[in-house]
Design a protein around this ligand. Sequence first.
Ligand code: C2G
Length: 130
Amino acid sequence: MKRVITYGTFDLIHYGHINLLERAKKMGDYLIVGLSTNQFNEEKNKKCYFSFEERKRLLEAIRYVDLVIPEECWEQKRSDIEMYHVDTFVMGDDWSGKFDDLKDICDVVYLSRTPEISTTKIKKELKGKE
Ligand code: C2G
């Protein structure tokens, strides 16, 4: 069984996230998502609309996702990859090169982002419509 892992906040989940998750799943048989906790999001200077539990529930309802684990710090990727016997680490190419240090323990793949959509854009446009 080929295992794939990816990480993110996935707040206000949208089709850009789905495009990423769909392609990530196609790279193996089992997709693990490291979901940023509310505390870690503060470290990432990201303010979430949905709580960790709500974002986790949304992700678990997506057919491409097999397991959701908490992402609590930047450094946990290496131990996650070893603990879950991950073959491929996948991120959107806005992270291109940032995780190449993991290449000694798994394949590292950066997939193109869906350019026209983002959670920030959604929030801005909704604000403008108030
Ligand atoms: N993404 C995408 N297209 C978009 C928006 C996001 O492909 N229009 C991808 C991102 O490249 C990322 C994933 O969806 O791979 C999750 O995006 P975010 O929730 O914004 O994740 P981020 O804040 O980048 O956190 O340790 C890694 C971090 O947790 C990544």
